[in-house]
Design a protein around this ligand. Structure first.
Ligand code: FES
Length: 106
């Protein structure tokens, strides 16, 4: 089964089923991944779906859009490979993608 891996700040991992066309925030919430709240429902307006993409995957996902970059600039602990999970739409090619959930989201 294709999956997306969410890694908590304490190292606990959770593999959630990958559904093409859903964004990573939706996938995380469907599997109750701690720390991914998605308060704005995916409209790129809250920053509560902040994840840090594994370096090996970062270039494969492409760059942030303008709204995402602006929201991330206001997000604590923003890092070079930070993304908003709601702005990453899952495709089959993302099978095994690993993202970290920052500690500040707990
Ligand atoms: S769910 Fe609000 S920015 Fe992603």
């Amino acid at each position: 089964m294709a999956f997306i891996r969410f890694v908590q700040h304490n190292g606990v991992t959770q593999d959630v089923p990958l559904t093409e066309g859903s964004n990573l925030m939706e996938l995380a919430r469907a599997s109750s991944v701690p720390g991914i709240d998605g308060d704005c429902g995916g409209s790129c307006a809250c920053g509560t779906c902040h994840v840090v993409v594994d370096a090996a995957w970062a270039t494969k996902l492409g760059p942030c859009n303008e709204d995402e970059t602006r929201m991330l600039s206001m997000t604590p602990d923003c890092q070079p490979h930070s993304r908003l999970a709601c702005q990453i739409v899952a495709t089959a090619a993302m099978d095994g993608l690993s993202v970290q959930v920052p500690e500040h989201q707990f």
